[in-house]
Design a protein around this ligand. Structure first.
Ligand code: 3PY
Ligand code: MG
Length: 259
């Protein structure tokens, strides 16, 4: 399936996504009616695994949302399963060094970029989609192009080696995890600190110098337009559950104030 998010990023389309934790395909369908561009099916902090994630991917595809997934861990099965069921991009948490990213590329990208294992699977209609009509080598090139590998920068190790990480062939972009990055820097949640802002600038500049995109995460809606002004290519805003709670709280407090 063509990666619409990748196209929007290439055209400067300022895509906006959100994390999905609530674990029901109906929630994905509902998110598809909001104007969001992508959803991140969170296998790291969310309660579900690959088998349920497949149903969420199906719901995203049917609702016009690009399905990204965050892997539960940096392992070959964690990467392969989510790609083979049709995730159009993988976000990889807890990256600490360049070697780890090289391993991830070897799991996620077919040769010659990596060593991804090949098998007809849901992503290509088990060998019956248009993409599967071409040679095996053609399919390998197609999927390397259409599937995004996005390591997170959320540790001091990743930050210290960010220029080398983004220069690797097979890394499509970086996702900054502000909570874990600030914790790793010893300034938990202090996103306004100059050293945190300098770290964001470093990652952003490294990504753009290497021709890669940079995603920022925020739970503050006002920080989304600000993030685009700072130069981030796309932003992930909050989580489905948090937004639901906030929306009900706001509506109920308005109702109660009017009673
Ligand atoms: C972080 O802020 O650490 C994240 O990974 C966002 O989910
Ligand atoms: Mg994190």
């Amino acid at each position: 399936m063509k990666n619409v998010l990748k196209e929007k990023l290439a055209n400067g389309g300022k895509p906006i996504g959100t994390f999905f934790e609530l674990g029901s395909p109906s929630v994905v369908e509902a998110l598809g009616r909001t104007g969001l561009d992508f959803v991140i099916l969170d296998n790291e902090h969310g309660p579900f695994e690959a088998e349920s994630t497949r149903d969420f991917i199906r719901a995203a595809e049917n609702s016009g949302l690009c399905p990204l997934a965050r892997v539960r861990e940096s392992s070959r099965p964690a990467v392969l399963k989510l790609l083979d069921i049709g995730a159009q991009g993988l976000i990889i948490p807890d990256v600490h060094n360049v070697e780890q990213v090289k391993e991830l590329i070897s799991y996620a990208k077919y040769a010659p970029v990596g060593k991804r294992g090949f098998c007809p699977s849901r992503k290509d209609g088990w060998g019956f989609d248009e993409s599967a009509a071409q040679s095996v080598a053609g399919q390998m090139e197609y999927w390397n192009h259409e599937t995004l590998l996005i390591p997170q920068c959320e540790t001091l190790g990743a930050l210290e080696h960010i220029e080398e990480i983004v220069s690797l062939d097979g890394v499509d972009g970086i996702f900054i995890g502000p909570f874990d990055l600030s914790i790793s820097m010893g300034i938990p949640g202090q996103f306004d600190k100059p050293e945190f802002q300098a770290a964001l600038r470093r990652v952003l500049d490294a990504c753009h110098a290497a021709g890669k995109f940079c995603i920022y995460f925020t739970v503050n809606a006002a920080a989304v337009p600000e993030g685009f002004r700072q130069g981030f290519d796309t932003l992930a805003y909050s989580l489905d559950a948090s937004v639901l709670i906030q929306a009900y709280r706001d509506i109920l407090s308005g109702i109660r104030a009017a009673l």
